[in-house]
Design a protein around this ligand. Structure first.
Ligand SMILES: [Zn+2]
Length: 495
């Protein structure tokens, strides 16, 4: 019998001992066994879930800290063999942001290899079936465990005895699980004996580690096994997903034929798989707007000259700007995550050892352009951002334990005077993001913007583009070269 004094290490067979201990706590012995019933691992060899839902991206809000951006509605059918690490997902994804369109695609994958078929990306068409990246496989599997709590518990390696706590006047029980080298926390509702929530910690580039939390309701029995039919997911409190399941099938007859993964595929990179697992929220949020970012963009940093000592930072999916002056460097935007910024910082130090990065300009708060900003601040750069979004960066730094921020809050217009070359930063009212600024280099009449106008790219967003040109005229700038955080190189304002 577990004493309840410390962690109990056991494998599957021993799990029943814990169940005996917790059943009296719930006073509902028959149901209370469900959360930790290891026999479920055998009962449910495969499960098929058909669902509809909505995707959101918290860090793509119009205003920093504002309501998460609704990016898509979807219909999905997932067939999953948890013990065999096999899954197939069939998606119909109807995006409303950033592009209003629809995608139909499938993913069939095993532990280290998989195939994607169909169109899932507004940026580039898939040319027939292509290998599914190891990072995406990691993210997909993480999500399946996270959103199916009884299956997770049945396959867990170990758990701690339940701890009673009060939640909003209700008594709840907390169970800590260890499964697949990851810690998970189940919250059990004693009234039903079923999990009302599962939380696991994930990497959030901006705020550091944060909870990926899934809330369950509308439990129904399927073939004698309880399943949640309503699922809501949050990262750091921000809404990621709402899902209603319309049908669940246990051990569908065609599972084996559906879950066939080609055996001639190159196994994926295990480190990439772990990375995708560790930040599944980000990979799935990106997939949920039709712009998957399934490969880590740590090292693919290159500089493309767009003016005298002015470079577009390219090589990945999202770009930045570097302006080199006699006394230092200005960098604009820090896409994705700190690892990518660290690569750029190393590259700049090698090439311009006497010119430190004095400023990091954040055009706007969206994660894909700002997730790596902390690296520059920690390296000593002054943070430059719109006054309306400065609090957002200050909060991220505070959460990361950083103090001593040097900052320039842009109220309409600011001049950066410490690199020995004139640099202006201007606000741009626009429909894409509040608290947006752009960078102007007057000696080259070059203006850098993010997400509004992308020279060299076919896809443009006319409302955003016109907002940029209106702001340029309002500020009285005579721009000859526009450079974007998307697209390549520079161009003038289109006729
Ligand atoms: Zn954006």
């Amino acid at each position: 019998m577990p004493s309840g004094k410390g962690p109990i290490q056991f494998r599957r067979g021993a799990l029943r001992a814990t169940v005996v201990a917790i059943a009296p706590l719930f006073g509902h012995a028959a149901v209370a066994q469900a959360p930790l019933d290891p026999s479920l691992a055998e009962t449910v060899e495969t499960v098929r879930i058909t669902a509809s839902g909505q995707r959101f991206v918290p860090r793509q809000s119009l205003t920093p800290g504002g309501a998460p951006k609704h990016t898509a509605d979807y219909d999905v059918t997932v067939t999953w063999n948890p013990g065999g690490w096999l899954a197939r997902e069939e998606w119909q994804l109807d995006t409303v942001f950033p592009v209003v369109t629809g995608f139909a695609y499938s993913m069939t994958y095993g532990e280290m290899t998989g195939i994607k078929d169909g169109q899932d990306n507004f940026r580039a068409a898939l040319d027939g079936p292509t290998p599914l990246s190891a990072a995406r496989i990691g993210a997909n599997f993480k999500d399946l465990w996270l959103t199916n709590p009884l299956i997770l518990a049945a396959h867990s390696d170990a758990s701690l005895p339940p701890v009673e706590f009060a939640s909003g006047g209700n008594v709840r029980h907390r169970i800590a699980l260890s499964a697949h080298d990851t810690e998970w926390t189940l919250i059990i509702d004693p009234a039903t004996g079923l999990p009302s929530e599962v939380t696991t910690m994930e990497q959030d580039p901006t705020f550091g580690e944060g909870p990926n939390r899934v809330v369950f309701s509308d439990w129904r029995e399927v073939s004698g096994v309880p399943f949640p039919f309503k699922v809501e997911q949050f990262l750091n409190g921000g809404l990621l997903r709402r899902e209603m399941r319309s049908a669940i099938e246990v051990n569908p007859a065609d599972a084996d034929s559906v879950l066939t993964v080609a055996d001639d595929l190159e196994p994926g990179d295990a480190a990439h798989r772990d990375w995708g697992w560790s930040m599944s929220h980000l990979l799935l949020a990106r997939a949920g707007l039709g712009g998957p970012a399934d490969t880590p963009q740590f090292d693919n940093v290159e500089l493309l000259e767009v003016g005298p000592d002015i470079y577009q930072v390219v090589g990945g999916s999202h770009h930045g700007l570097v302006v080199v002056g006699p006394d230092g460097i200005v960098v604009a935007d820090a896409p994705w995550y700190p690892q990518r910024s660290d690569t750029l910082l190393r590259l700049l130090e090698e090439r311009w050892p006497d010119q430190p990065v004095r400023y990091i300009v954040m055009t706007h708060h969206h994660l894909d352009h700002s997730g790596g900003f902390r690296s520059f601040v920690e390296a000593g750069a002054t943070l430059v951002a719109h006054e309306d979004s400065m609090w957002f960066y200050e909060e991220a730094l505070a959460r990361a334990g950083f103090s001593g921020l040097s900052a320039v809050a842009v109220d309409g217009h600011a001049e950066l005077d410490r690199i020995g070359r004139a640099i202006g930063v201007y606000d741009i009212p626009n429909p894409h993001s509040d608290g947006m600024v752009g960078v102007y280099v007057p000696d080259t009449r070059l203006f850098f913007n993010s997400d509004l106008y992308s020279p060299g790219r076919e896809l443009q967003f006319p409302l955003s583009m016109n907002a940029l040109f209106a702001a340029v005229r309002y500020h009285g700038l005579n721009v000859e070269r526009h450079v974007g955080s998307h697209g390549m190189g520079y161009d003038s304002e289109p006729e």
